[in-house]
Design a protein around this ligand. Structure first.
Ligand SMILES: Cc1ncc(COP(=O)(O)O)c(C=O)c1O
Length: 429
């Protein structure tokens, strides 16, 4: 079976909106192991995007697979109408590792559902439906999550939740002309205050943000941004929801969670992706009083699934036992340094930014800040031809996202640098 014939069949039976990367020559995956993916033609790729920051400790990781298989042979599914111990153990682990008073957990199957649960809990706790979130956010694909999302291209179906308001995000590279990062934070604070004053009665249900905006193109806020925002949120009666779907579980280096890099404590956190190394998990954790405010019944068929729970617990323990938060710092610094070297050499790399093992290059037309989407796509496609898989993002689709597995080695990094150097040279000629 050839890639072309599978692509043709794919296009016949799949929604066109489910568009694969590398449109003209997509990858049809045959199998994967640790840092590598093989396609059906036998080509091997070094995976530096991890299924969108999801394969956090490598494909088919032996230890995770073993524990998953053991659980599969024991019991696969019961739903939450019965209790399984894995669910309790994982919830205890999440409560142990998350900061502050976060203590009660609700499991689902995706980041979208984790965010749905967070917003529902915030609204029930505060009695206020208004959610303030950031422009350039990505929150998922339910109708409510698309309303939270602030990328026009990811908002389909035309239904917009009128209680969701978007404020300016701290995107320093694209700040209004001439503003320093400090002045941009002032502007963000002012925008939040004005939004609350003009579009609400002064009270809100929640402020929700990704500590580093993921789909937005790894937008890292200035260090004091969240500390400046938080008193305004609290004064308006809002709780703070941190969406850690991309930034959670050691990804940003040195700490378990992205928000811990910014010195504030959320009231609710959401997780998915890297928490399960590829198992379909969503997780919401809240303070006891917020969780207890969700009165009545709510049900998720696959939430707390014993196999998913076993996989996620194995993943978190693997990250902990192998000290991968620190590996993310060390290898992330190496990656950052190399990308900055490339930036000095190639004028179409407008900015290098990120934290830990989420690093990005914003691709522009040289000597301007005009986003160069075509160049970004060419770079991704050329890197793939070299054998290196990268991701893409940003409102203008011009940001290359690089997020290898947390157990990435020196050899993996050096291999990636060689392939990326060749791809950069090729697209620049
Ligand atoms: C920050 C963030 N939140 C939520 C989601 C939605 O997660 P899912 O695709 O698992 O529903 C995503 C997915 O990319 C995300 O990046």
């Amino acid at each position: 079976m050839s890639t072309d014939s599978i692509l043709e069949r794919y296009q016949n039976v799949m929604f066109p909106a489910a568009a694969p990367y590398h449109a003209n020559n997509p990858i049809v995956v045959d199998h994967a192991k640790d840092q590598y993916i093989w396609d059906i033609d036998g080509n091997r790729y070094l995976d530096f995007f991890g299924g969108v920051l999801t394969v956090s400790v490598g494909h088919c990781n032996d230890e995770i697979t073993q524990r998953t298989l053991e659980q599969l042979q024991k019991v696969q599914h019961t739903t939450t109408i019965y209790i399984n111990e894995n669910m309790v153990r994982l919830a205890e682990k999440v409560a142990e590792l998350t900061p502050g008073r976060l203590q009660k957990v609700y499991f689902t199957s995706s980041g979208t559902e984790a965010n749905e649960t967070a917003v529902m809990a915030a609204r029930m706790y505060t009695g206020n439906p208004i959610i303030i979130t950031l422009r350039h956010a990505y929150s998922g694909r339910s109708m409510m999550a698309m309303s939270l999302t602030a990328h026009g291209s990811w908002r389909l179906g035309g239904v917009v939740d009128p209680y969701i308001k978007h404020v300016r995000n701290p995107y320093t590279y694209r700040a209004p002309v001439g503003l320093t990062p400090e002045q941009l934070v002032d502007l963000c604070v002012q925008d939040l205050e004005e939004t609350i004053a003009t579009q609400t009665n002064g009270q809100i249900g929640a402020f929700m943000a990704e500590p580093i905006q993921g789909v937005g193109g790894f937008i890292v806020p200035p260090q004091d941004y969240f500390e400046r925002i938080m008193p305004i949120v609290k004064a308006a009666g809002g709780v703070f929801i941190a969406d850690e779907v991309q930034t959670g579980w050691g990804r940003t280096g040195g700490k378990w969670f992205g928000i811990e890099q910014f010195g504030v404590e959320p009231d609710i956190m959401t997780f998915a992706k890297g928490m399960g190394n590829g198992a379909p998990i969503g997780c919401t954790i809240a303070t006891p009083e917020i969780a207890d405010a969700v009165k009545g019944a709510t049900f998720s068929t696959f939430g707390g699934n014993p196999v998913t729970m076993a996989t996620a617990l194995a993943t978190i323990e693997y990250i902990e036992e192998n000290n991968l938060k620190d590996n993310a710092s060390v290898q992330g610094a190496k990656l950052r340094e190399k990308l900055e070297e490339f930036q000095a050499e190639f004028p179409f790399i407008g900015e290098v930014r990120g934290m830990g093992l989420m690093q990005a290059m914003e691709i522009i037309e040289p000597n301007t800040k005009t986003p160069d989407y075509k160049m970004a796509v060419a770079l991704m496609d050329t890197a793939k031809e070299q054998g290196l898989l990268l991701g893409k993002g940003g409102l203008y689709n011009n940001v290359i996202r690089i997020s290898p597995h947390l157990n990435v080695s020196d050899d993996d990094m050096n291999m990636a640098f060689d392939m990326l150097a060749k791809a950069l040279l090729e697209v620049s000629s």
